[in-house]
Ligand binder design. Structure first.
Ligand code: SER
Length: 320
């Protein structure tokens, strides 16, 4: 077991990232060393699972005590588009849920907390190309506001109480196990399912909306690298920029058409366009590369190739 990690609690384990990160953590640290939790049961069923609403501080603490948890990977959150539909729920889950996690980490002297942040912490005044690690942070979405608050809280708990809180600003995550829910970057996942199932897709962003993205295998690798990083090498804590890919819907469509030349796409931008317009196009992640060795592997062509292979195979088996 690396990094002194003994027993991990994953919140939001049934979500897009949790559905793949939880099994990966079990491969690395052992099945019983990773307790999954969520509002709903996960698609994987090996190893311990607890129903948990992260706004319920008492239940969270009871699980931490019962299993002897020393590390929390806190994935439970609403994303940007859902957050605009239900800003009060986004604040409650994303901020009060994280506060409960940080408090239990402080009072129960846990070893480590991982809390993902997002490119949504940036806003229209932020430089959009190669967005620097330290820059203007004036998000215009409730999701972005909760994520800036989360970074500030994480760094506060680290400096004031010595809680080892780590976090990275995830770009849009592209994956093929569990669908994302309620994000602005979701088009880049949906498009693959529709390309394979129906050969046509209606995109809710403009063709030129370039956004930072990352393929799930790189995301999983990155989370384990951050969790395992030696604390003495970290100058940043809860707020690492993390980049991988950068592309627009038009560029993604062109890459998919190399495999499926007849793929048809229509563009009908909706309220999510304004969210995308307020976010960076690409990310300067040199701090992550220097401090904990971040080094993503997938470029656009490799990601598209793998997505179409995995989903195409599932479609042939009638399971898509
Ligand atoms: N994928 C997220 C969203 O679109 C960004 O963190 O909300």
């Amino acid at each position: 077991m690396g990094g002194g990690i003994g027993k991990i609690l994953v919140t939001g384990a049934s979500g897009q990232i949790g559905s793949e990160l939880t099994p990966r953590l079990r491969e690395v640290y052992g099945k019983d060393a990773v307790v999954a939790s969520d509002l709903r049961s996960p698609s994987f069923d090996d190893g311990p699972f607890e129903l948990l609403d992260v706004t319920d501080a008492k239940k969270l603490e009871a699980i931490v005590v019962e299993y002897g948890v020393d590390t929390i990977v806190h994935l439970a959150a609403l994303l940007s588009a859902s957050g605009e539909q239900r800003p009060n729920v986004a604040w409650n889950v994303n901020v009060n849920g994280l506060y409960n996690v940080l408090e239990v980490a402080r009072t129960r002297k846990l070893k480590r907390v991982f809390n993902p942040s997002s490119i949504a912490v940036f806003g229209p005044e932020t430089p959009r190309d190669k967005t620097p690690q330290e820059t203007v942070m004036r998000p215009k979405t409730m999701y972005g506001i909760t994520k800036v608050t989360g970074e500030l809280l994480g760094n506060y708990y680290h400096h004031k109480y010595g809680v080892d809180v780590r976090g990275a600003r995830f770009p849009g995550i592209i994956s093929n196990v569990a669908p994302p829910g309620g994000g602005t970057t979701d088009y880049a996942v949906e498009i693959f399912y529709e390309a394979i199932k129906s050969g046509r897709y209606t995109c809710f962003l403009r063709p030129d909306s370039t956004l930072p993205m990352m393929y799930m295998p790189d995301c999983l690798k990155g989370v384990i690298q951050i969790l395992e990083a030696d604390l003495s090498t970290l100058r940043h804590h809860a707020d690492f920029n993390m980049g991988a890919l950068s592309f627009s819907p038009k560029e993604l469509v062109a890459e998919i058409r190399k495999h499926l030349p007849k793929f048809e796409v229509e563009y009908r931008p909706d309220y999510r366009q304004a969210i995308a317009d307020s976010w960076p196009k690409s990310i300067d992640d040199s701090a992550a590369r220097e401090e904990w060795g971040w080094n993503p592997e997938y470029d656009l062509a490799a990601m598209v190739d793998d997505m179409l292979k995995v989903l195409g195979e599932r479609h042939r088996r009638g399971k898509l």
